[in-house]
Design a protein around this ligand. Structure first.
Ligand SMILES: Nc1ncnc2c1ncn2[C@@H]1O[C@H](COP(=O)(O)OP(=O)(O)OP(=O)(O)O)[C@@H](O)[C@H]1O
Ligand code: SF4
Ligand SMILES: [Mg+2]
Length: 415
């Protein structure tokens, strides 16, 4: 049995005007003890929300609307708040990004790291907790002499080490790192990631690493899970997914990374933006940006199918034999459907001159409807076949969503 088993996780936020935004939609995830899973996807695709739901740290307007989160077979969503508080930090802990915001500026760092120990292990004396904190500081590479200092006396990288020490304080079996190295310079990033990797090996921790950096996932994780617009796009062993992804979105993500070893060329990027959860796109949510989109992609949500051990993909263009069919082999999307897709997602749909226009009439779009295609502009999903995925990948970073929850929204240490 997997250590962590997430099934059909659905998370919804109630917006200011009372509308409901479904931000995570039916995500499945498995993690074995000692295993590392890299959770990737563009900004706003629901990575942090998935992590917060697993750790039951969703903001007040968020809720798990459906699904189960099992740790060692026990459904954590069924526990009441008090029962779950006993499991947080001891079973699951989270390393948040932005250590300065997560640490209390007016309390000594040693006291802050000791706090979860004293709360969750009431029989531990202050002196024993202090000794454990000193050990933890050594483990993460901070001199125990600095226990009595305040956060402002530490550099950004040191503060992040303090956060890691705090996450490990109650010896959890699962640690979730939500972009633990964002805002740190590359040297410190490398040190922190090495530290996490070492701790995982030495302590047998299971790790979910949320990052925009695919090269970090390739180097430090066993498996990758790619999310798009709140849904699982593809998941599989790192070598499989990074060496030969099947989902067009995974392919484009990997092609967005500069290839330092191969031919010099600009990274391809992915045109357009992911849809907002407030106005979701029908069918496959990637279809307005996908160079393989077919009519079926506009109407039908692709189911997640398995292709070999632990490799799962949700895409209509992947054949039963486990091959992503190239655009030339696929029926092209009718133009007015593409326009309808663009009008619902706000994404520019690329123009492909060799696509025959389909009239709005053919598709039952009434005259004057904003979705009616302009007469002089045949529209389809453009894009030549993509070159092979580079063998090595280097950092890729996208913007951080300012509206995403910050550590200010979260309790520092939950009693
Ligand atoms: N408290 C909230 N209320 C309403 N919507 C929210 C809330 N928190 C997050 N969202 C929305 O949920 C979506 C997913 O956000 P989330 O922070 O999980 O994305 P993310 O993948 O972690 O992005 P990033 O890479 O930028 O951190 C976004 O559209 C975000 O605006
Ligand atoms: S081919 Fe269709 S189902 Fe597959 S990613 Fe593109 S739009 Fe989605
Ligand atoms: Mg996030």
């Amino acid at each position: 049995m997997a250590l962590l088993e997430v099934r059909d996780l659905v998370v919804e936020f109630t917006l200011g005007d009372g509308r409901i935004a479904r931000v995570v939609d039916g995500v499945d995830l498995d993690l074995d003890a000692g295993e590392a899973l890299g959770l990737v996807g563009e900004s706003g695709c629901g990575k942090t929300t998935t992590a917060l739901a697993i750790a039951r740290l969703l903001p007040a307007n968020g809720r798990i609307a459906r699904g189960t989160v099992r740790l060692d077979g026990q459904d954590l969503t069924a526990l009441d708040d008090a029962a779950f508080r006993d499991r947080r930090w001891t079973d699951i802990s989270v390393i948040f990004q932005g250590a300065m915001n997560a640490l209390n500026p007016v309390r000594r760092v040693g006291d802050q790291v000791a706090e979860p120990i004293l709360i969750h292990e009431p029989t531990t004396t202050r002196e024993a907790a202090r000794r454990r904190v000193a050990e933890l500081f050594e483990l993460v590479g901070i001199s125990p002499d600095r226990l009595r200092e305040y956060p402002h006396q530490f550099s950004g990288g040191m503060r992040q080490r303090v956060m890691i020490a705090m996450a490990l304080a109650c010896r959890p079996r699962l640690v979730i790192g939500d972009e633990p190295t964002t805002a740190l310079d590359v040297m410190v990033q490398a040190q922190i990631l090495e530290l996490l990797e070492r701790l995982r090996r030495e302590l047998g921790l299971a790790l979910i690493l949320i990052t925009h950096d695919l090269s970090v996932v390739a180097e430090t994780c066993d498996r990758t899970l790619v999310m798009y617009a709140g849904r699982l796009a593809e998941t599989g062993p790192v070598e499989r997914l990074h060496g030969g992804p099947l989902h067009p979105y995974s392919l484009r993500l990997l092609r967005s990374v500069p290839d330092l070893s191969g031919e010099r060329r600009l990274p391809a990027g992915i045109p357009g933006q992911p849809p907002s959860p407030e106005s979701p796109v029908s069918g496959c949510r990637f279809h307005p940006r996908c160079d393989r989109a077919m009519a079926q992609c506009v109407t039908d949500v692709p189911v997640v199918r398995s292709f070999g051990e632990a490799h799962r993909v949700a895409c209509h263009a992947v054949g039963e034999e486990g091959r992503l069919r190239p655009p030339g082999e696929l029926p092209r999307i009718p133009s007015a459907l593409a326009i309808a897709a663009a009008s619902t997602s706000g994404v520019e749909v690329a123009v492909d001159a060799d696509v025959l226009p389909v009239s709005a009439d053919d598709l039952g779009v009434p005259p004057g409807d904003p979705r009616e295609p302009p007469a002089d502009r045949p529209v389809g999903v453009a894009g030549p076949p993509m070159p092979p995925v580079p063998p090595s990948v280097a950092p890729v970073r996208t913007t951080t969503d300012a509206s995403a929850p910050t550590t200010d929204d979260l309790p520092r240490v939950d009693a």
